[in-house]
Design a protein around this ligand. Structure first.
Ligand code: HEC
Ligand code: HEC
Length: 219
């Protein structure tokens, strides 16, 4: 028992020494050129939203970019070892993981103490994915049968299992990733042989699936 406690403490100390959120914030200024100041992404998903992605997922993807196992030309210059050594990779991932975005502004309850500036700051962190037309019920059926177990009831992902959210991510970006999984350019989930799940879908199925997911961040 004693031994166990000692090991846990060591890990905690290691973590707190290694992570520097101020450095993470500085590095994020470079990323912001494409992904936005609040890592909210942009250009309708040409640059994905990063804010709030699971920390280990962010780290893993950045390592995959560095090693070119995940191909992404725009990011190549920013993920070279000299630009983004492991230490910085950890710091920026921790910083981005903690950024909170909102899918809608909270209602104004206290009208007398309304603070326009605070409201403006909040609105900068607003990201609501545009609804796509489609057969929502059909999309929901596929989502619940094939995706929910990993990506969560409402597409929120699973921080503890390093699984990214799908709700609140740009539809165009999601489609591009699904196509990359279909072609084998990207590996979906190493543990489960889940890559085959994308093979059987028609473009209508995928549209319905993305249409359903585009509703999930409205909740
Ligand atoms: C020149 C533009 C550009 C810059 C600068 C940039 N990125 Fe990206 N990033 C992209 C593009 C484009 C993609 C989408 C790649 C794709 O479609 O697969 C992306 C994807 C990502 C992803 C994958 C997201 C996901 O959901 O899997 C992560 C993580 C990421 N970037 C982190 C960063 C970090 C951290 C920095 C700063 C060190 C950074 N990026 C700088 C363009 C950029
Ligand atoms: C067995 C668990 C599992 C199932 C089931 C699953 N996923 Fe995933 N998914 C993952 C994991 C893990 C990742 C992260 C993969 C990586 O590291 O690149 C992921 C990543 C993704 C991404 C990339 C997200 C990003 O930010 O780049 C998309 C899109 C995606 N999944 C869509 C789906 C859809 C749609 C379904 C249902 C048809 C589905 N997944 C079913 C585990 C799963």
């Amino acid at each position: 028992m004693k031994k166990y406690i000692a090991i846990t403490l060591l890990l905690l100390t290691n973590n707190s020494v290694a992570i520097d959120l101020d450095i993470g914030e500085e590095i994020n200024e470079v990323c912001a050129g494409c992904h936005g100041e609040y890592a909210e992404g942009g250009k309708d998903g040409e640059y994905p939203r990063l804010a709030g992605l699971p920390i280990k997922y962010l780290e893993k993807e950045l390592r995959l970019f560095k090693s070119h196992e995940r191909l992404n030309h725009p990011m190549v210059p920013y993920t070279k070892e000299r630009e983004l050594p492991e230490e910085d990779l950890l710091n920026v991932s921790a910083y981005i993981n903690r950024i909170k975005l909102y899918s809608k502004l909270p209602p104004i309850i206290d009208k007398d103490n309304f603070n326009a500036y605070e409201r403006l700051l909040l609105s900068e962190r607003l990201l609501n994915i545009a609804r796509i037309d489609g057969d929502y019920a059909g999309g929901k059926l596929i989502y619940n049968n094939e995706c929910k177990s990993c990506h969560g009831q409402n597409g929120e992902g699973k921080e503890k299992k390093d699984i990214p959210f799908l709700a609140g991510q740009y539809s165009k970006y999601l489609l591009k990733q699904i196509n990359a999984y279909q072609s084998g350019e990207r590996v979906h989930d190493e543990e489960a042989s889940s890559d085959s799940i994308f093979i059987g879908y028609s473009s209508t199925d995928l549209n319905n699936l993305l249409a359903y997911i585009s509703l999930l961040d409205d909740k």
